[in-house]
Design a protein around this ligand. Structure first.
Ligand SMILES: [Zn+2]
Length: 84
């Protein structure tokens, strides 16, 4: 999952802060405690060298796993059932 940098700005106390996450979520202001402060901006996380190496290993592992598994055939996919 891509990690995003989330930019928050609290209108109650004019406080700004950053967090990282895989999804955009409201957060409580760490300065004044206001609940559900919205993200006003997101950046793609800039990976450090160590993170890039970790991600490359995870990607390689995921690809090995994907190659080992047979692709699902059409007949094995769940079919919709008529209920009435
Ligand atoms: Zn605040």
């Amino acid at each position: 999952m891509p990690v995003m940098r989330l930019h928050y700005h609290c209108e109650a106390c004019e406080g700004s802060w950053l967090a990282e996450g895989e999804a955009v979520l409201e957060a409580d202001c760490p300065f004044c405690g206001t609940h559900d402060v919205f993200v006003y901006k997101t950046d793609e996380h800039v990976l450090e060298a160590d993170d890039a190496a970790t991600m490359a290993r995870q990607l390689a592992a995921a690809m090995r796993e994907a190659v080992a598994k047979p692709a699902p055939r059409a007949a094995e996919r769940p079919r919709l059932k008529r209920t009435g």
